[in-house]
Design a protein around this ligand. Structure first.
Ligand code: SIN
Ligand code: FE
Length: 295
């Protein structure tokens, strides 16, 4: 595997355009092929006074990230309060809007149907951060949410590195989704009948898990817990320096975040009907492999 297999690079762009035709032609197709779009010279600019947030003491360390809910305007897992909390919320909101402008500018098809989910601030150094194997994002994985069933909807994430020093965010990208799924799908067991109903009933999931959600969680866990796979699987190592931005379908591209601190991230959800190539969605890939409908 080489960098050009997994990365599509864009230079000289701004968050809200103008976007050259050449960039539009490449962006949507590459994203939906599972590639990472890389913007080495697209920085998120802090406003005067916002540098004070570049301190991991803004995280209360109860969760991996400080998060902003664009619907309620609430900030979670932070030690900040009052005016400072509002200022950090405004910064995350600004990033989320810019991330959306960039994405729909490059893939205008997504304008309708794209949902902005949480924005996160990731001030804590990844390397050496204690985690359980299942929560360890230093292991190659595809994203799947235990509490939020997606029913096939896509997970797309936009990241930017805002570290004040030269702290590069280091990632690895693994093999194509289909190759990964072919290996691990036979090892994922069906849930006991009634599990989806029960999880919803006791409030562990928001809505009911579909067979797709069970399989994606199964792939996430089996992949992370297979030490031989983690050691030997093909991968490409990437480094994102401060001032760089990148976006990728994290439910499709196998990824691992190895080190770095001070990133911003915006999550989007997209119904597969809004994709340029819906047949490339993990839902459709898994349905082909499983030979049955999964939602
Ligand atoms: C992940 O999605 O696995 C983590 C990415 C990151 O924080 O850089
Ligand atoms: Fe992830």
């Amino acid at each position: 595997m080489q960098v050009s297999d997994v990365v599509e690079e864009f230079r000289g762009l701004d968050w809200d355009g103008p976007f050259p035709k050449e960039a539009l032609a490449r962006a949507g197709d590459a994203l939906e092929a599972g590639k990472l779009l890389y913007f080495p010279d697209l920085a998120f600019r802090l406003l005067p006074g916002e540098e004070i947030f570049l301190d991991d003491a803004v995280s209360d360390h109860s969760r991996k990230n400080v998060s902003f809910d664009p619907i309620t305007g609430q900030l979670g897992a932070t030690t900040l309060a009052g005016a400072e909390e509002k200022k950090l919320a405004a910064m995350l909101d600004r990033f989320g809007r810019q991330a959306r402008a960039l994405l729909v500018g490059l893939v205008p098809n997504y304008e309708i149907g794209l949902e902005r989910a949480r924005t996160s601030f990731r001030p804590v150094e990844i390397a050496g951060r204690p985690t359980s194997p299942r929560h360890d994002d230093k292991r190659l994985h595809v994203d799947a949410f235990p509490t939020r069933p997606m029913h096939g909807k896509r997970i797309l994430r936009v990241f930017t590195n805002i570290a004040p020093n030269d702290a590069v965010r280091r990632w690895e990208i693994g093999e194509p989704f289909t190759d990964f799924a072919e290996k691990f799908l036979p090892r994922v067991h069906n849930p006991f009948p009634g599990t989806a109903w029960f999880l919803e009933r006791i409030g562990l999931t928001k809505g009911r898990r579909s067979p797709y959600d069970f399989l994606m969680l199964g792939l996430h866990d089996k992949g992370k817990l297979d030490l031989a796979y983690q050691r030997e699987a093909p991968r490409v190592k990437l480094g994102f320096p401060p001032g760089a931005t990148w976006m990728v379908y994290t439910d499709q591209a196998l990824h691992a975040a190895m080190s770095g601190r001070f990133a911003l991230e915006q999550t989007f959800h997209l119904p597969i009907e809004r994709m340029l190539h819906p047949e490339r969605a993990p839902l459709r890939v898994l349905e082909r492999l499983a030979g049955r409908p999964l939602v």
